[in-house]
Design a binder for this molecule. Structure first.
Ligand code: PHE
Length: 447
């Protein structure tokens, strides 16, 4: 394992391996669980449009900036800033490490729900959902703190195990097969969802923008969701970029990951919203939205039990590939410091699990911070505060501090031509992205 300078650093096994792993990090609960529910609480179509704009204008630029930093330094998020520039910059990496800790703490909780639902598919979920009681069943489950924590522990155990196996062996192998499978299943589910009675109202809510529902808070929520969904602003893409071979085109990689991630989120909405309206669920129902509506769809399909189990299994895998990347950010730091992979994975994973317990019990027991459920408060902190600030600083760093180094890295030291959009990208990382983030952040921040 590569933790000494004289050893070869671990690398992705192939280019497609990296794309899949980075897409695996990006595509996760953020797309299938969070995107629909945040769209629902923010009024539908207009939010979707603003979201796509955020990805195209800010997400892509920040992603490319992160990949440049990571591949340049070939180090973890903190070490990368220290090596390239030093000074106070490694603090950005530390902010990322802290953010990764906090995200994974609640991510593990929702990851646990997916495990519960795989099993529950075989133990009566179809009958319950068929009788229109999926919402009650979900409510009953999350208000049982012991079960929620048990499933959270199982999910964290799986995450630690894969991270412990290492970059190529563990992470890459699982992503290669399972991500395409999830994609195909989503397409099948859209076919079923849009043909439900009453689906049309859902499609309208989802795709017809109503700008009267937009305020500065909506825009910040869209920005935060873009950061969350693309795994940006917290060092994850720096870390993944550090394992990337020098001859890979970073702009192409960034564009592919942004495209795939957004596609999956949009498809997930096309499954969830027709069902929300067909089954008379409140679109702003919150974190349970996907878990309440999808079982209803499966219950209406022949062999629903199997579809349901398969879907939640793939969702579990999608969540796992993201969770792995979250844990890897912290582990990579300690491995570069000389820890063994095993020690880093187990220590960090256990700490994060413990940090997640308040989130796990908050939905049932009403554990609140200043009026928000603990799990929502943690999500708010990461999506709407830590990631935008991290993203802003990353743009400033690449656009203003190391612009020439970035150019050299993008051309692989002059061996590759510079990509066509380079000048435009520089304008984005220097001005457009940081100023928009700052503006959206200041105007939209509201507890
Ligand atoms: N992008 C992941 C998802 O959409 C979550 C994530 C955020 C992963 C930040 C890594 C870093 O589920």
């Amino acid at each position: 394992m590569a933790n000494q300078a004289d050893q070869q650093r671990e690398q992705w096994g192939s280019k497609i391996g990296f794309i899949l792993a980075a897409a695996g990090s990006a595509v996760g609960l953020g797309n299938i669980w969070k995107f629909p529910y945040v769209t629902g609480t923010n009024g539908g179509g207009a939010f979707v449009l603003i979201y796509v704009l955020m990805v195209a204008c800010i997400g892509f630029s920040v992603m490319l900036a992160e990949l440049v930093i990571g591949r340049r330094a070939q180090l973890n998020a903190v070490g990368s800033f220290a090596k390239i520039k030093g000074g106070a910059w490694p603090m950005v990496g530390w902010l990322g490490l802290a953010c990764g800790f906090l995200i994974l703490s609640y991510y593990g909780v929702v990851g646990g729900w997916t495990i519960k639902y795989i099993l529950h598919s075989f133990t009566g979920l179809m009958e319950i959902a068929g009788a229109g009681k999926a919402g009650d069943a979900f409510g009953g489950f999350i208000s049982n703190p012991v079960m929620v924590v048990v499933y959270q522990a199982l999910f964290m155990f799986a995450t630690i195990w894969v991270v412990y196996r290492g970059v190529g062996e563990g992470i890459e192998r699982y992503c290669k097969v399972l991500m395409p499978a999830l994609f195909i299943l989503l397409i099948i589910l859209i076919g079923r969802a849009v043909t439900l009675d009453g689906a049309a109202a859902g499609i309208e809510f989802y795709l017809k923008p109503d700008f009267s529902k937009v305020n500065s808070g909506t825009v910040l929520a869209a920005l935060g969701q873009a950061f969350f969904s693309l795994s940006l602003g917290m060092g994850c893409m720096i870390t993944y970029g550090s394992y990337l071979q020098k001859d890979v085109s970073l702009p192409t990689a960034a564009a592919q990951v942004c495209f795939l991630d957004t596609l999956v989120a949009l498809l997930a909405g096309l499954v969830v919203f027709p069902a929300v309206f067909a089954f008379g669920v409140e679109p702003g129902a919150g974190p349970g939205l996907t878990f309440i509506t999808l079982p209803g769809i499966f219950a209406k399909m022949p062999g629903g039990m199997i579809w349901s189990a398969l879907f939640f299994l793939l969702l579990f895998v999608a969540a796992l590939t993201s969770a792995i990347s979250l844990l890897e950010v912290a582990c990579s730091y300690f491995i570069d410091k000389g820890w063994s992979r095993a020690k880093a994975a187990w220590t960090m994973g256990t700490l994060i699990f413990l940090l997640g317990i308040p989130s796990a019990i908050s939905l049932g027991g009403g554990l609140k911070i200043a009026g928000k459920d603990f799990i929502d408060a943690a999500g708010f902190m990461t999506d709407q505060i830590m990631m935008p600030i991290g993203g802003l600083l990353i743009c400033v760093f690449v656009g203003w501090v190391i612009k020439d180094i970035a150019k050299e890295e993008l051309t692989n030291g002059g061996k590759m031509p510079i990509f066509a959009g380079f000048d435009a990208w520089v304008v984005f990382v220097k001005f457009v992205a940081p100023l928009s983030i700052l503006y959206i952040f200041i105007t939209g921040l509201k507890w």
